[in-house]
Design a protein around this ligand. Sequence first.
Ligand SMILES: [Zn+2]
Length: 297
Amino acid sequence: MTIHAHPDDEASKGAPTVARYYEEGVRTVLVCCTGGEEGDLQNPALREPGQPFHGATPEEEREIIARLRPDELKKSIEAIGFSALHMLGYRDSGMAGSEPNNHPECFHMADIDEATGRLVALIRAEKPQVILTYNDDQAGYPHPDHLRVHDISLLAFDRAGDPAWYPELGAPWQVSKMYYTLWAKERVLAVHEALLLKFGESPFDEKWLARPSQDHRITTRLDIGRYLRARTESLLAHATQIDPSSKWWFGLDDDELAKVYPWEDWILAASVFGEIPEGMQETDLFFGVREHVSVTS
Ligand SMILES: [Zn+2]
């Protein structure tokens, strides 16, 4: 089970990892907490004549985006390979300090116990062994909805297996492992160098390159070189949110990226099997789980 804030987050964070396990026959479940109603149009080509946003006012653009995003999400999850999609049912809070932060239905305004309860109900129904969520350190992109995903994931990890919490929401289920997603600094630098070689310039600016490294926290490195098409196809499915001409996203094609950095990295944040032995790095999210249960679709 992977928990994301907005439609398109499942494409930019962990898509090849999910594609790998889906192909292996693992049941893969996406929980998307908001509808992404506050996303801006990121693809200027859609304002050209004959395109859906031609001549639209900013208010009309927002309405069209809200209408298109569910379909973009559907295409994205087909490209990645998700067995199920659950919308948690909140409204996008928008960027910190923006007016939509105060909307009564927005995720960041929701009562934390109520929001955690919605996630607990899904965990008890789906019985995931592993959940993937957002990092405790999100200083690089402190979107209120992303911070909230982290908060309810931690609470739900503890409460889903605790019969004292939400007894009306199904039988307790203890998730075995929880991971945080990250874009490794090593990956950013490797892609930056490859883009410089290819184009003589790179869209990774000083601000990006100065982001502090969290690579020392990586516990788990997955070989996903064969599954990078899931990232590309799912990103392109979010046509309003991703500019297909962006070098930042698509400057390297799948084969080039597979040569430069064929991994996705994860931080093991909680595990019923205890910590990973010093000096060891996992190569499988289900390490430990496979020894206890058979993983089937
Ligand atoms: Zn997001």
